[in-house]
Design a protein around this ligand. Sequence first.
Ligand code: NAD
Length: 460
Amino acid sequence: MSVVQSTSPQNPTDLVVTVAEATGSDVDQAVRRARQAQRAWAAAPPAERAAALHGAGEAVAAAADELATLVVREVGKPRAEAVGEVARSVAILRYYAQQVFDPIGALHEPSSGGRGLAYTRRRARGIAALITPWNFPLAIPLWKAAPALAFGNAAVIKPAPQATACALRLAELIEPHLPDGLLAVLPGDAEAGQAVVAAGDVVSFTGSAAVGSLVASAAAGRGVATQCEMGGQNPTIVMPDVDVAAVARQVAYAAFGYAGQKCTATKRVIVVGDPAGFTEALVAATEALGLGDPADPATGVGPVIDQAARDRVLDAAASARASGGRVLTGGHPGPGAGWFVAPTLVDNLPADHLLLREEVFGPICAVSRAGSIAEAIDAANDVRYGLTASVFTNDLDTALRCADGLAAGQIKINAPTTGVDFYLPFGGERDSSFGQREQGKAAQEFYTSLHTVTTAVAPT
Ligand code: NAD
C-alpha cells in the first residue's frame, strides 16, 4: 500500500499526517457514491443547498483557530495569513450559499411569436473533479468545491500531497452538512490526480504550468469543460512619481509574503527611470520583513514548502551571480532546521535569465530598469505567463495605459500583484491559464451547462 505523508516545512521531522494513497478502485468507488448523491442534490430545492453550504461555513468558522494552526504547521504559512485564509474560506462558503438563488437562465421571445416560450436554463454538469495545490490548502479547494456544490454538482477533490491534512480536516467539517458521498477527498499525487481527472464531468485544476498542460490535454481530450489556473511571472512597474518607501513596503510584501509562494507573487520589479532610490528602499523593506517561525504573529516570511523548493531558490540566486547579476539581499538559507531561505532580491540580470522568464516558486525577485512606460509595458509582457501585473503611479494616464496594455488576467493599479477577491472572476492569459475564469459570477457558467428550451402551443 502506498502512503501519502506530509511534514512541517519549519520542522521537517514533524510528521503531520500519513494516510493511504487513493487507488484507482478508491477513486471509482468515490465517484460512484458521488454520482448517486449528485442526482438528488441537483434536484433539491435551492434553499436546501444554500442551507447546507451555510452550515458548512459555520462549521469552518467554529474551527477557525484549529484550522489556522494546522495551516501554519502543514504548509508553513505565517499565522496572520493563515488566519486570513480561514476567514476567506468562511466567506467563500457564505457567498456561494447565496449564489444558489441567482438566475439560472434568461427568457426570450419565441421565434414563432405569439404564445410559447423560449428560455435558457443552466443545469449541473455532474461530477466536478478538482485538483488543487498546497499553497492555499483551504481556500483553493473551497473556491472550487463551493460553487460546484452550489450549482448542483458533486465535488471530488484530489489535494496536493503536501496539504493532505488540511484537506482531510476541511472535509470532516463540511461533510456532515452534505448528503453522504457528495463530497470526497482522495489523497495522492499524480496517479490519483489522473484517475480523478478521468472521472470528472467538469475539471478544475490549480497548480504548475507543467502539470496543468497535462491535465488540460487529458480533460479537454475527453471533451469535458476544463479550467487550469497555473503559474505566473508577475511584474510590477514602479513610476518615478510614487512615494518610494510606501510603495517599496507593498512590493516587498507582494514578492516575499508567504515566502513568495503565491501564484500572484511579484517576481519582477520594473523601475522606470533611475532605479537606485527605489532599489535601496526595496532592499530595506525586504530586510524588515520578519523571517522565521510561521507560528509567530510577527513573521511575514516563513519557510518554503520543501527541500527541493529551497534548492530551486538557492540555485537561481547562484545562477544570477554566475551570469553577472547582483544579489542585493538574501541568496542564502535562513536560520534553523526548516526549509528557510532569506528573501532574495537580484538585479543586473541578462534579459534571458531564468528569473526574468520563468516562475521560481519561492522568495526570489528580480529588479530591472526601463527608460519609459512603453518600454516597461513591453518588458512586463515579455514572458509566456500572464496571471497578474501591477503598476504604482500617481498619473492617471499612466495607470490607464497599463490597464490597457498589460497582458494579464488581473491588473492592479497602485496595489500589489497579490490578493485575489473571491467574488471577482480570476484567471490569467497565455500559459497562466487554460479555459474559463473561476470564482465570482464566472463560476456558475463553468460548473453548469446551458440548455435552450423552446416551447410552442401544441399544433392543432
Ligand atoms: P503542482 O502542479 O505540482 O501540483 C498541483 C496538483 O496537481 C497537486 O494536487 C498534484 O498532486 C497534482 N498532480 C500532479 N501531477 C498530476 C497529473 N499528472 N495529473 C493530475 N494531477 C496531478 O503544483 P503545486 O506545487 O502543488 O503548486 C504550486 C504551483 O501552483 C505554482 O506554479 C503556482 O503558481 C500554482 N498556483 C496557481 C494558482 C492560480 O490560481 N493560478 C494558485 C495557486 C498556485
